[in-house]
Design a protein around this ligand. Structure first.
Ligand code: GAL
Ligand code: MG
Length: 973
């Protein structure tokens, strides 16, 4: 039997590798043979099943679960998809056999030849021409094998990669994501001189000191005499650290087999690296033979920066920086896991544009290119090891059979990524309880890389301030804001508090994000956190046969929506019986990276320029960055008048250092009419930035210059009356459904998973029964009293219709019994005739906003086609709302239509769907838009919160029982 199979490594947690080379930070991509493309492929039912003669093909890098096999993607959050206890795997264990022939270049004769498999999920066995070459585990790190003795340069060789899907390792790769199998990153074959750089470690501090440690090896065994290394930084030669050599000599450390050398320099006036100023220098390290010829070389991009914890502050270059982070998976709706350079760049560019400065690589080392891009574009990275044993966390954390795997995974990540300035914190993994295996891994990191802090949520949760635990950061997940503030004020805090996950972005969510940041920015000890998460992991699926579309699907989606006949699949859509549904769709972007409205909220929260306040003498403007001035920005003032239009004027940004403020004169004379007036500063990039062309909006800070005057009382016109039918329902030529009371919204994911929707249904709010009690006509007014029976009591609703100049004024009140504490909304709902396809309004916008997610939607005059008001969340739910609307029109192309003026800024939504339409279906593609508009005007609308995972909205955003009053005027255009 094959010796690799005989080992049964898929059920041996002690075996993390065999024949695998040590991890290192030497980039071998340049000059390598890329073995990507179609490989011969067959899927076996189990790893020890015989390989047949029947081959199909599979694309590498890629997962077979997305490439037309019968082993389809499956989504589970916590639970394992099978019941076998660790380290066991199920007997049905899909195993992919990949084979291809490779012509080994003849000029590689005499060289060391290495195969690099970028990532394979979850156990990789390598054979070359039928002979065993190695084994590796860890689905998110590369494995290298020395093939020198196995291949003949100038000849054709057959490389076989056997990838076993389920293994002991699956139990520590139980992250909340799709399960796949395959080779998910590129495969390379490269050659080096036998005398080679085995590793290079770069340390570069903010005062310009650079130290480069090189490890040198020779495959022949003992190193040849006279080798030496040299280095060059942006053309400047580094010096050999002779003191290092002398000490090594004296201590008798010098070995014939382990070559070590250190290079040094100091860069005067160094340009430091930070997320705001990602300054990089080019370093080339060369390994020379005694005669000076170059045996090997390695290139690195160096960022000079310091990270340290002082007291309870995390400092970058001595500054307490705010961490505006997001959790990011390697995800793609067509490939599942494989992400290209362009994809990763687009991810990071988008994050930059929306004010993020940090990424947690949840929950495993991401594709190596991501870190290059983070260095280049400027992100702080929490680099997380590939360890999550969620379902069996407690059993595994102390299981000595898994000790090796924990240390292996953490140490290999550190060895790979240690030279990236972007990586500022190491993370031991996620949701794996806390045990001796963690302490072992922490010990390894602390010793090996004392230059960075370490975090692990599983340890931190045992005590945010406890110095003995394996976490230098208090990094809770979804901690209530009050608890964070209380901890910071307690006097007990010893560590920076940076939430590793907060503000769960499932569906229509992220309520109270701005409140979080108001607290973070005003409470010493709080420094930010990482939103959960970047992606909605919807897989593009054909509806007719239920299969993933795969690599060929580019162009089959746009603007967050799948093309007709397709949809974004979530858990359960591939026929799995064990799954966790739409919990996989919890990101700030749609599966095609279209931003969700929360991103505009975040952009404003992160604004580098703030309008602090408005005083009579002018406006105070502040620079809210840590390192940059304002010279990279340009701006324009916009004055939005409730009763007029918008005026603009050029703005001069003052020369402010980080943290400084200055008063600037008011750019406009306010008109005498006394109406509400708002001033917005439209801040854009002054030049092309690597992540944004010139003119890209950076933020839209705003101040109110004048409040709305008190409303005048409504004057009824004589000789006109309002018509209602026998049920007291308004008759109006533009309305197909008269205004009635609405107490219900299509539950958001937060409403469902937080238990609110259950309560609302139990109260009967989804199917209210309206009963007219009384219809009275008097002095031109019509008063309609109705009752809505809910199981928790009766809601009394009154509407008074008054004819006014070209329209109807409606005064409403609703009285909610005390038992109806915390309903979704109280307001009016009506429907219009077809054809009113444009909405124009004065209020917050233009994007979707809700009471607890309205910080980033400036007040102004907005116009959006009705079809574009709705946000296509994967699982249909309440969406499309606009907060703080003062008045709006709905019009047809011929300018006919209606206008509504509200008594106060109100939550309004205009969509093509009734709440019941949205509630009835599970996917966006099942919705059938109505021809007219469904209009909601809310006296009160509940906040969104984040209760699908974490805290609900705060009490101030709840809808209270008691009497609600609102009024509005409907006119025909
Ligand atoms: C966290 C976990 C994430 C994800 C999230 C909910 O507990 O670390 O992986 O499951 O909750 O979406
Ligand atoms: Mg988990």
């Amino acid at each position: 039997m094959d010796p690799l199979l005989a080992l049964r490594p898929w059920e041996a947690p002690e075996v993390t590798s065999w024949g695998r080379l040590p991890m290192n930070a030497v980039d071998r991509r340049a000059g390598a043979l890329k073995l990507d493309g179609d490989w011969r492929f067959q899927l076996l039912p189990a790893p020890d099943a015989p390989v047949s003669d029947v081959w199909s093909s599979s694309y590498v890098p890629g997962v077979w679960t997305m490439q037309d096999t019968d082993d389809l993607p499956q989504y589970t959050n916590v639970r394992m998809p099978y019941t076998e206890f660790p380290p066991q795997s199920p007997a049905a264990n899909p195993t992919g056999v990949y084979e291809r022939a490779v012509d080994v270049p003849a000029d590689w004769a005499g060289r060391r030849i290495v195969l690099q498999v970028g990532a394979a999920e979850s156990v990789l066995l390598v054979h070359v021409d039928g002979r065993p070459a190695g084994i590796s585990k860890d689905s998110h790190l590369a494995a290298e094998f020395d093939l020198t003795g196995l291949v003949n340069p100038g000849e054709r060789t057959v490389v076989r990669l056997t990838v076993v899907k389920w293994s002991d390792a699956s139990h520590i790769e139980d992250q909340d994501q799709w399960w796949h199998g395959g080779v998910t990153r590129s495969v390379l074959l490269y050659a080096t001189d036998p005398l080679h750089l085995a590793d290079v470690t770069v340390r570069a501090g903010r005062y310009g000191a650079l130290r480069v440690d090189c490890r040198v090896r020779d495959t022949g065994g003992a190193l040849p005499d006279g080798w030496y290394v040299s280095g060059e930084l942006d053309g400047q030669l580094l010096t050999q650290d002779t003191e290092f050599d002398r000490l090594n000599d004296e201590d008798d450390r010098v070995s014939d087999f382990l070559g070590e050398a250190r290079l040094l320099t100091t860069v005067p006036g160094v340009r430091t690296w930070s997320a705001e100023t990602p300054e990089l220098y080019d370093l080339t390290v060369r390994l020379h033979r005694a005669d000076g010829t170059v045996a090997d070389a390695s290139r690195h991009r160096v960022g000079f920066r310091d990270v340290e914890i002082v007291g309870r502050d995390l400092l970058v270059n001595g500054e307490r920086v705010f961490v505006r982070g997001v959790n990011r998976h390697d995800f793609h709706p067509l490939t599942g896991r494989t992400v290209s350079y362009d994809d990763m760049r687009a991810d990071l560019v988008l994050l930059k544009r929306f004010g993020f400065n940090a990424i947690r690589t949840a929950h495993y080392p991401n594709d190596p290119t991501l870190y290059d891009l983070a260095d280049e574009l400027g992100f702080y990275v929490v680099d997380e090891a590939d360890i999550e044993s969620h379902d069996h966390a407690h059993e595994i954390a102390d299981d000595p059979r898994y000790l090796n795997a924990f240390v292996d995974r953490v140490s290999r990540m550190v060895l790979r990524d240690k030279n990236h300035p972007s990586v500022i914190i190491w993370s031991l993994g996620n949701e794996s309880d806390y045990g001796a295996n963690h302490d072992a891994a922490a010990g390894w990191v602390r010793r090996h890389d004392p230059t960075r802090p370490l975090q692990y949520e599983g340890a931190a949760k045992l005590g945010w301030a406890d110095p003995d635990l394996a976490s230098d950061i208090a990094c809770p997940m979804y901690a209530p804001l009050e608890d964070c503030v209380a901890h910071a004020l307690s006097g007990e805090q010893t560590k920076p508090l940076i939430q590793c996950e907060y503000s769960h972005a499932m569906g229509n969510s992220n309520g109270t994000l701005a409140d979080h940041w108001a607290a973070i920015e005003s409470t010493p000890g709080l420094q930010g956190g990482f939103i959960w998460e970047f992606w909605d992991h919807g897989i593009l699926q054909r509806v007719n046969d239920g299969r993933p579309v795969g690599r060929g699907g580019a162009g089959l989606y746009e603007g967050g929506v799948a093309a007709p006949g397709h949809r974004w699949a979530y858990g359960g859509d591939f026929g799995e019986t064990i799954h966790d549904g739409a919990f996989i769709a919890d990101g700030v972007v749609f599966p095609d990276r279209t931003p969700k409205p929360v991103l505009y909220e975040h952009r404003e929260i992160a604004a580098p320029v703030r309008l602090e306040c408005f005083k009579h003498e002018g406006i105070v403007l502040g620079n809210h960055q840590h390192f940059r001035g304002l010279d990279w920005l340009t701006a324009e003032w916009e004055l939005s008048l409730a009763d007029g239009g918008t005026r603009t004027a050029p703005a001069e940004l003052p020369d402010l250092r980080p943290g400084e403020t200055a008063a600037v004169p008011l750019p406009f004379e306010l008109p005498e009419d006394g109406g509400e007036a708002w001033l917005t500063l439209r801040v854009t990039t002054a030049d092309d930035e690597p992540w944004a062309p010139r003119g890209t909006v950076v933020c839209l800070p705003q101040v109110r210059l004048r409040a709305a005057p008190p409303k005048r009382s409504v004057l009824a016109v004589r000789n006109r009356c309002v018509e209602v039918d026998a049920d007291g329902l308004l008759i109006h030529p533009l309305l197909t459904c008269a205004p009635t009371l609405s107490l219900w919204r299509a539950p958001t994911d937060n409403d469902e998973l937080g238990g609110m929707a259950l309560r609302w249904r139990a109260w009967g709010l989804d199917t209210p029964v309206r009963k007219v009690v009384d219809v009275r006509q008097a002095a031109g007014h019509v008063t309609v009293r109705a009752e809505y029976a809910a199981d928790a009591g009766v809601v009394r609703h009154t509407q008074v219709f008054t004819p006014v100049e070209d329209g109807i004024h409606v005064e409403e009140s609703a009285e909610l019994p005390d038992a109806l504490a915390d309903v979704a909304r109280v307001g009016s709902v009506f429907e219009t005739v077809a054809g009113l396809d444009l909405m124009e309004w004065y209020g917050q916008g233009p994007w979707e906003s809700y009471p607890d997610r309205a910080f980033g939607a400036p007040v102004g005059h907005h116009r959006v086609p009705v079809d574009e008001l709705f946000t296509p969340y994967l699982r249909p739910q309440e969406s499309g709302g606009r907060h703080g609307v003062r008045h709006f029109t709905l019009s047809a192309p011929d300018a006919t239509g209606l206008t509504v003026v509200l008594d106060e800024p109100r939550q309004v939504s205009v969509t093509r769907y009734r709440a019941e339409d949205l509630t009835a279906v599970g996917h966006h593609d099942e919705l059938v838009p109505r021809a007219g508009c469904v209009v909601h005007l809310d006296a009160a609308h509940r906040g969104l919160g984040t209760a699908s995972c974490g805290p609900d909205t705060s009490p101030s955003y709840l809808v209270a029982p008691g009497v609600h009053r609102w009024s509005w005027t409907l006119r025909t255009l």
